[in-house]
Structures are given as C-alpha cells and as structure tokens.
Design a protein around this ligand. Sequence first.
Ligand code: ZN
Ligand code: ZN
Length: 275
Amino acid sequence: MNIKELQIGQEISNDQLTEMFEVANTGGMRKSRKNNLLILISDPYKGYYTNRWDGDTLYYTGTGKTGDQKLEKQNYDLANSINTGLQIHLFEVLNPKRYFYHGKVKFAGNIIKEQQIDNKGKLRDVLIFPLERIAHNYVMELEYLKQKEKLTDAEIKKRNSKEIIDLLEKHKPKTASKRLVSSMYYERNPILKEFVRRRANGKCELCKENAPFLDNKGNPFLEVHHIIWLSRNGEDTIENTVALCPNCHRKMHILEDKNDMEKLIKISKQLPDVV
Ligand SMILES: [Zn+2]
Ligand SMILES: [Zn+2]
C-alpha cells in the first residue's frame, strides 16, 4: 500500500505507517524530510491523555516530556508548516497498536500555552496546537467510537491506584473533549411504547418490581426495550418490546443473558391486563 491508497478511516500497523511515510518507528511527531511531511500521532495508551477534540479541531499537545516545551524541532516544524508547505498527517490510536488515519490536517493559527505537570512532577509550559482536518467528508461513527472507548477503559483498569492518581494529577480535567460523530437514530413507534407501558402496569416486566419512581407527570418510570435490538434488525412490534426498570434495562444491554431474553419473549406475547 502507498500513501495515495490510504483512505481516511483506515487503521494500519506501526510497520505499515513507518514504511509508507518513511518516518521513524517511534515518537508522537515523526518527520520525513525526504517526503516533506510530518506524522502526528495521538495515542492515549502512551499515558498522555492531553489531546482533546472540539468538533473537527484537535488540540494537540506538542512534543517534549520534561521541562517547558519550546518552539523547536518538530514543534517548530508544525508551527511553520503553513509557510514551508510541510504536509501534516494525523493518526489516532483507538485500538492498541493500530493507527487510525484522519487524513491531512492543517495547523490552525495560534498556539495555546498551558501549564501541566511533566513526568518528573514539575509544573511546566506545554504548547497546544489547534489542528483542523482538511477533509470534512468523513465522520466517525458513534458506535465505532464507543467500541474503542471500551478498549481504553480496559487499558486504564490495568493501572494501580497510585498510577491513576498520578495521571489525574498530571491532567486535571479541563474542557471535555467532544467531536462530531455520525449515528443512526431509530424512531420508535409511540403507540407501541404506550401499549407496552400499559401492559407492564407500573411493574418491570423482568424483575416484576414496581417502577423505581414516578416521573414528573406521576407515571411509573419504566424504559421501553427491544428484546432483539433495533440496531440488530429487531422488529418494532409488541412481541419484541418490553417495559423495564432502569436496572434491568442496563443489565439486558450489558449481560445479554439468554435466560432473561427467553423470559422476556414469553412475557411480551402475553395479553395486557390493562389497555
Ligand atoms: Zn427490573
Ligand atoms: Zn434497550
């Protein structure tokens, strides 16, 4: 594969990346003088959770792990890329050791100076580069991003409590990272929802307990769930729909327990007491 064949949204290995762009095989900023390009890698698995998105802009932390970050080496190259024509390609590690290609980005103006704790525990200046994606016709899917988030969570879970506290100390929560994603919205039949709520008659159809609270209109709070999810081509029908308390609803989504599913299938076929 060569650079021209690489598509936005594709994931490649470090070897492929190194070979394709002719850059070093380590580092968050990798330059190829020969190809006049700079590769930027945003990798939360490296323990630096500092990069954040705001819509289509990535606020990318410059290079330099200890002491004040200075406008030199790759930081300088990035800041001057508009004048030098240096091409900037962005990769993000969402899956350990896989590099998700965001395409070319451009440095969008002013560097932001922030203070952060460095890896020796000292407060230092870091340089934050706003980067804008050049191609806007690719939007990451919400489901994909959620799946990847689980991997990062699992990675963090392996760390001991001291490491967690150190990481928190280094990166005090600032502005939340947010980005544009695409997702499929399933419209549910409102008549069906009401029918199922009435069938449930204020009790969760799985655990049979009363709804945990009344909503602000005085109705028992239950959530409508599709036994076979709509996203898995489940039908929006009485037979596939149940009303659950929030606990059971979460449980169904997290455990997907076969016995629970069978139980619900039977219940959903029963005629309502009150309709
Ligand atoms: Zn329940
Ligand atoms: Zn559900």
